[in-house]
Design a protein around this ligand. Structure first.
Ligand SMILES: Cc1cc2nc3c(=O)[nH]c(=O)nc-3n(C[C@H](O)[C@H](O)[C@H](O)COP(=O)(O)OP(=O)(O)OC[C@H]3O[C@@H](n4cnc5c(N)ncnc54)[C@H](O)[C@@H]3O)c2cc1C
Length: 376
């Protein structure tokens, strides 16, 4: 087993881990980021980059490069219910520097972030490095054990940050369990061809007859997210592909001529929606951020943005102490780590109220009244 050393070891290179890795690298911190996959090319991941996140990229000098990536801008968010459109938000009226959501494939965003971080020699990204346990020194987390293509290794670090997503292995190894809130639905994702003549209607959930679907413009195709009630997947499969095609055609009329592209359930991907949150986001030597601390519903499209904001908050609150730890070996105090959750609690709690497609006008109004997540 090889032992690497770093000041901070971040497990997971999703939006949270990549942003934190970049921010710490810029501050001269020796940081190792572990990513279990060999690449970032995973379809059907959150790709709704909100105005606040674009502003963060702007502050990092990355906005121009970000906006040069293939993307699609949307300024209104809402519902089309039984044919009637209801806009819940219109970013163009808020006087923002970037008054829109940019739909950017998550892998492009991650490539941009780690490419920028790699300009710093104190940043190391290890791909195909799967964290599976924590190293302990007494009662303190002092590193991470990970599995690579050539066997098992460990990184010893003053601070371990779990940014390894909703099924966080580091969280499990540290013995932390999130409080589960339950989710009323799961999501089936698939693609259908997009034509230039198709309407462009912002980011609107289409609802009718108790069914709902979101269609996301990905240039040459539509990324379709079809909501199914929790536990309803097997029943849907048993009914065969035709009822699904009919539903999509009924909900999104202009797709009726191509729902036949769905040849079977092998063309779809089932994604379990989970909603949970940790009561404490830290333990001695360990901090948890992003989905590892609070898994979000895809409905509000805030998951990436909250993950990025967690990383920014962690960097803002902790960088000076981390630099001190790097210089002196002094541990980072628990109360400093606890400040991250305190800063981020409200924005991570608020979107849960919008975690399911609203079933009535009261819940639609509640959703509309939910304040947008604040920046970090
Ligand atoms: C169906 C669905 C649709 C969604 N749609 C949206 C959307 O439209 N907009 C939005 O903003 N959010 C959406 N989300 C949520 C969003 O994807 C997440 O909230 C966001 O990606 C969280 O970022 P993260 O960095 O915390 O975790 P993740 O994005 O999950 O990243 C974790 C990273 O850690 C890696 N990893 C995992 N385990 C290990 C390990 N043991 N060792 C090393 N690496 C590991 C993973 O490969 C991954 O790269 C959606 C989620 C789902 C399930």
């Amino acid at each position: 087993m090889t032992t690497l050393t770093a000041t901070v070891c971040v497990a997971g290179c999703g939006p949270a881990g990549a942003v934190l890795g970049l921010l710490l690298a810029r501050a001269g911190v020796e940081v190792v980021v572990l990513e279990k996959h060999a690449d970032f090319l995973r379809d059907f991941r959150g790709d709704t980059v909100h105005p606040s996140t674009i502003e963060v990229l702007d502050e990092l000098g990355l906005a121009d490069r970000f906006l040069a990536l293939p993307h699609h801008k949307v300024s209104t968010v809402g519902f089309v219910r039984d044919g009637h459109r209801l806009d819940l938000a219109d970013f163009s009226t808020l006087g923002l520097r970037y008054p829109y959501i940019a739909f950017v494939p998550q892998w492009d965003l991650l490539h941009l972030l780690v490419g920028e971080a790699a300009r710093h020699r104190n940043f190391r990204l290890l791909m195909q490095a799967e964290a599976y346990d924590v190293v302990r020194d007494g009662g303190r987390v002092a590193g991470v054990r990970f599995r690579g293509p050539d066997g098992d290794h460990q990184v010893r670090a003053h601070l371990v940050v779990a940014a390894d997503g909703r099924h966080s292995a580091v969280r499990r190894a540290a013995g932390l369990r999130p409080r589960e809130f339950g989710a009323p639905m799961d999501v089936l994702q698939f693609r259908l061809t997009r034509r230039d003549t198709d309407p462009d209607e912002g980011y609107h959930l289409r609802m009718a007859g108790g069914r709902s679907v979101a269609v996301i413009n990905r240039g040459s195709y539509w990324n379709i997210a079809y909501m199914i009630r929790k536990g309803g997947y097997e029943e849907l499969r048993r009914a065969g592909i035709q009822p699904l095609r009919d539903d999509v055609a009924g909900l999104v009329g202009f797709l009726a001529d191509r729902v036949g592209e769905l040849t079977g359930f092998d063309d779809t991907r089932f994604l379990e929606v989970r909603l949970n949150r940790l009561r404490r986001w830290h333990a001695p030597g360990l901090l948890l951020i992003g989905d590892a601390a609070h898994a979000m519903s895809p409905i509000a499209g805030v998951g990436i943005n909250l993950a990025v904001q967690d990383a920014v908050a962690a960097a803002n609150l902790l960088t000076r102490r981390i630099q001190q730890a790097q210089a002196t070996g002094e541990p980072i105090a628990g109360r400093a780590l606890a400040a991250v959750r305190r800063r981020r609690r409200t924005p991570t709690v608020a979107p849960r109220r919008c975690s399911a497609p609203p079933s009535d006008s009261a819940s639609t109004a509640r959703c509309a009244a939910t304040p947008p997540p604040t920046t970090a």
